[in-house]
Structure formats: structure tokens, C-alpha cells
Design a protein around this ligand. Sequence first.
Ligand SMILES: C[S@@+](CC[C@H](N)C(=O)[O-])C[C@H]1O[C@@H](n2cnc3c(N)ncnc32)[C@H](O)[C@@H]1O
Length: 224
Amino acid sequence: MRKSVNNQDQWAKVLSELEEEYAKLQSYDKTIIEHLGDVRNIKVLDYGAGPAVLADLLQNLGAQVKVYDISKEMREIAVEKLGRAAVIDRVNSIPKNYFDIILCNLVVCIVAEEEVYQIIKNLRSKIASNGKIYIGFCNPKIYDIKESNLDYRFPIGEDYSCNHDYKKVKKEGNYEIIERHRSIEWYTKVMEDAGLEVSDVFFTPEYELKGFKIRDFIIFELTK
Ligand SMILES: C[S@@+](CC[C@H](N)C(=O)[O-])C[C@H]1O[C@@H](n2cnc3c(N)ncnc32)[C@H](O)[C@@H]1O
């Protein structure tokens, strides 16, 4: 039977699938790594790091990486990959005003609205005054597309401006998730209300599938 992730505390069910998402790695993680450039000796926090795939790559590129994830199972895998000292167990233990770069990849599009507010507030408190936060998630502009290279998607016919949930089946791993659609404008307002400035917005590379032009992910660069 196909695995189903309906809630933020269920991601450990697909831990091994997340570790083997090569198409997502080529799209999302590659875009972020290229954008960051030279990360040697840069203090990086990956917030909601999952099984620490990107964190591991960045550590190998010379960054001083710390990770936090709400899931104990994800943190245990991260300890195996990065070492005990790199993994932070509690959000309150993450140092404040400290990191040069904070990444929060594919987390805000799977949690409830109240959690989005809280996560963005947390990220703001942890970034150094001249640091940059990157918050990336599934591109809201393709919310009504039925298939991408990464997913089969089940849009429910709601408008772009209306926050709503819909189902996706991941092609890699063949598991099912609930995606929280919110417009780019909604996210921008939440970020600005939290005291962050949007310094850049970019997307993963465009490709064409069944006549649709698709960019899978959007990434916000933010400063405080
Ligand atoms: C889709 S996975 C993304 C993992 C990784 N960032 C990536 O890009 O592959 C979402 C992760 O967010 C974590 N998560 C969900 N809610 C969270 C929260 N409130 N705080 C921190 N992590 C959270 C989950 O445990 C899961 O590991």
C-alpha cells in the first residue's frame, strides 16, 4: 500500500524515500548550492533539514553546518551523517542572531498557517544581522498543474488566491503527501509582517511537460 504523509509529524515514515530523491536534488538542492556559491567557513543552519542530504553536501563543501528538525528520527539520521555537534534537538537551543545563512527548504508548504508564522519568526531570531535566510517551497503558481517531473498532483479547483490543501503523489518514492497551497503574495505578507525584507525571489529551472512550462520550486531570499 502507498505510504501517506498527512501531517508534519509523519515525515519519518518516508525517511528513506527522502534520502533518495535524485530529481528533487537535481532541481532544488542544486539551485540552492549554485546560488550560495563559496560556503567555506560560513555558519549555516538548515531548519527542517529532514535526513540532512543538503546539510551533508554543504558540510563537505566546507560550511559550518547545524541542523534542526522537529522529528527525532530525522535528527538521529543527521547525527550519523554530520556528527552529534551539528544537530540541535530543541528550537530554543538554536543560538540567536548567529547564522550567516539559514535554509528552510520544503517545510512551510506542508505545515499549518500558525506554524508558518512561528517558523518565520524563529528564523528571523536566529539569523545574524547581515545574514540571509532562504525559504523555499513548491511553486504556488503551478498549483493547478496535474503532473510535473516530480509529482502527480490532484488540484481541487480552488482559486490561486485561496489557501487550500490538495494531494500529491511523489514520483520518486511513490508516497502521498498533502500540499498546502498559499499564494506568493500571502507568503510575502507573512514574511514582511515578521520583520523580514525580501531581497530576491528565484525559481528552480524551467522545463516543459505535456505542453506546460514548469518551475517546480520558488525560493525567497530574506534579510532582517
Ligand atoms: C519535505 S521534508 C523536507 C526536508 C528537507 N528540508 C529537504 O529539502 O529535503 C519536511 C521536513 O520538515 C520537518 N518539519 C515539519 N514541521 C517542522 C517544524 N515545525 N519545525 C521543524 N521541522 C519541521 C519534517 O520533520 C521533515 O523532515
